[in-house]
Design a protein around this ligand. Structure first.
Ligand SMILES: [Zn+2]
Length: 574
């Protein structure tokens, strides 16, 4: 049993001012503001009254991996190099799963550590394998560990084990296989998922709060604590339609537990934030941040490759039409889902690279490359289109001299794409990648970066083309039975570009007005008295081809399988 070496509120040894960052993944003022006004989020309301709050623009795309990576490094995706959970490999019709070693740019945690500050970072996505810090860093929901008690997710495994032995592990948000909201399950089973998940999320918040309090005790004086709660994101994905009576996916028959799930999670997070802040010390600067916002999904799912095929830009192999992707999906899903987790892991150890290979097959198989000028990975987390460029892609068909012309035509076609029945635009923005990003990693992004339009404030979902159902067309309107969301149907809540930012307390005044999430880390560093180099051309520092210090190993096949299974269970990949 470790004793408290010093009160967390004790005077710091480093001379730095102290800061607490409460990171609520996917949180939006659209939900929090009315609750604060009604007195149901008293802790955030008190922080806001003493400080400043504003909407915080996210990255493009407004997704967990690129946005938290920008939060950590103070640079955009073109400079830190993380665009999505997966990354298409240069010149190949293949993806791999992204890990912390793919990130460039020094993190806020490393800078505070280097300045002599003690650091506690809990649950940060895109941080596995964990980088060394002066203190403790525990990687987030994407960590490829089979149980939360696996200490390999922590920068200091012994300390992690010690804390976990006292209060239980930092939660791993695996939803058990039977809890997946999946078309493979009977609708009654899927309904049961939504009845159960709310309680699971509330239990996780309590566990994470307990872990945080115990970690603060174990570490003693901490100059920077960053605690990430993913529950605000998960609850919005699965319960937005129950929370929002105007949602086109709303189910009037939902019970009270479902209807209140979003509010219950937000109010539980507020209470947890209050307890953590009280323990950290109410005199310290306190920041509340989300990586992106949240909102409702429309009834439409859109199929970008079907649209490209209709436009004559993508061709399918005749024999393959419908079959290859079905077979690949069945094979991948058979291992990922149908087998018990231990057997699935064994199968992936036997078949090295299987998760990435099968994911690649699902995304790219069946195209007739010789007759394909443009193709999409069809991930809702990074909508975009690649040009099948000769000399760059393995079976490129577009001559380099035609690249700009094809890309301009593609952008024009995407912007002219309309919903069926004389409806509005499908695509809000389609831009060449170099108009969206700058830095050494722009080429990791698709040639055209796509942002889907909203329909009456609700977002369409990009899902893979079901080639065996041509009648669905490039825009498919979901049937009533499909509205909860599952594979092929998107989730009923989706991301929005505006997250939240709240700066309160000692030293936070200069951090009140941020232009976007890219400015968060420099602002927090300034509030703490940690220098942030802004004059060098590579403002984020350390931009190059190496990852964070001490993080090098790529994922093993087994780890990739675990990441893939978790992203799929949460609905991030199909
Ligand atoms: Zn997120």
């Amino acid at each position: 049993m470790s004793s408290r070496p010093g009160s967390p509120g004790a005077a710091p040894r480093s001379g730095l001012r102290r800061a607490l960052v409460l990171a609520l993944d996917g949180a939006t003022w659209d939900v929090a503001e009315p609750l604060m006004a009604a007195g149901r989020m008293p802790n955030l309301a008190a922080l806001a009254a003493a400080g400043r709050r504003k909407p915080l623009p996210s990255t493009v795309p407004p997704m967990t991996f690129p946005a938290w990576s920008s939060f950590m490094t103070g640079v955009g995706p073109g400079r830190h190099g993380v665009f999505d959970f997966t990354q298409k490999e240069p010149g190949a019709y293949r993806v791999r799963f992204v890990h912390a070693g793919d990130r460039s740019g020094e993190s806020l945690f490393a800078r505070v550590s280097a300045a002599g500050g003690r650091v506690l970072v809990l649950g940060m996505p895109a941080c596995h394998p964990p980088e060394p810090v002066n203190g403790l860093l525990v990687s987030g929901f994407d960590a490829p560990v089979s149980t939360g008690s696996d200490p390999s997710r922590a920068s200091d495994p012994a300390l992690y084990r010690d804390i976990a032995a006292r209060v239980g592990p930092w939660m791993t948000p695996d939803l058990a296989a039977s809890d997946e909201p999946d078309t493979g399950a009977a609708s009654a089973e899927r309904a049961a998922f939504h009845e159960r998940a709310r309680a699971t999320l509330l239990a996780r918040i309590a566990r994470k709060r307990d872990f945080t309090l115990a970690a603060l005790d174990a570490l003693g004086a901490v100059e920077l604590a960053v605690v990430v709660f993913a529950e605000s994101d998960t609850v919005a994905h699965h319960y937005w339609r129950d929370h929002d009576p105007h949602s086109p996916r709303h189910d009037p028959g939902a019970g009270d537990a479902r209807k209140s799930a979003v509010v219950d999670v937000y109010t539980a997070l507020d209470a947890a934030c209050g307890e953590i802040r009280a323990r950290f010390g109410a005199d310290a600067a306190c920041f509340v941040v989300s990586d992106h916002g949240a909102g409702g999904a429309s009834r439409r799912v859109v199929h970008l490759n079907r649209f490209l095929a209709d436009a004559g830009l993508l061709a399918r192999r005749r024999a393959a039409a419908g079959r290859i992707d079905g077979l690949a999906r069945a094979a991948r899903d058979g291992v990922v889902r149908a087998l018990p987790p231990r057997l699935a892991q064994w199968a992936f150890r036997r078949a090295r690279g299987a998760a990435a290979r099968w994911e690649s097959t699902v995304r790219f198989a069946g195209h007739d490359w010789a007759r394909t000028a443009a193709f999409s990975e069809e991930t809702n987390t990074q909508p975009g289109v690649w040009i099948n460029l000769r000399g760059r892609e393995a079976e490129g068909s577009v001559a380099p001299a035609d690249y700009e012309r094809v890309r301009t035509e593609l952008v024009d076609a995407l912007l002219a794409w309309r919903l069926p029945g004389g409806g509005g635009p499908v695509v809000a923005r389609a831009r060449p990648r170099e108009e969206v990003y700058e830095g050494p990693f722009v080429e990791r992004a698709p040639d055209v970066v796509v942002e889907l339009a909203l329909e009456d404030g609700y977002a369409h979902s990009l899902v893979p083309t079901p080639w065996n159902r041509p009648a669905n067309g490039s825009v498919h309107t979901l049937a009533d039975a499909e509205l909860a969301g599952a594979r092929g149907q998107g989730m009923n809540g989706t991301h929005r570009p505006e997250g939240i930012w709240l700066a309160s307390g000692d030293g936070s005044a200069s951090a009140a007005n941020l232009a976007s999430i890219v400015d968060a880390a420099p602002a927090i560093a300034r509030a703490m008295g940690v220098p942030w180099r802004l004059d060098a051309p590579d403002a984020g520092g350390d931009v190059g081809d190496r990852g964070p210090r001490g993080v090098a190993a790529p994922y093993t096949a087994e780890e990739e399988a675990q990441v893939a299974a978790r992203l799929r269970a949460l609905g991030y990949i199909e």
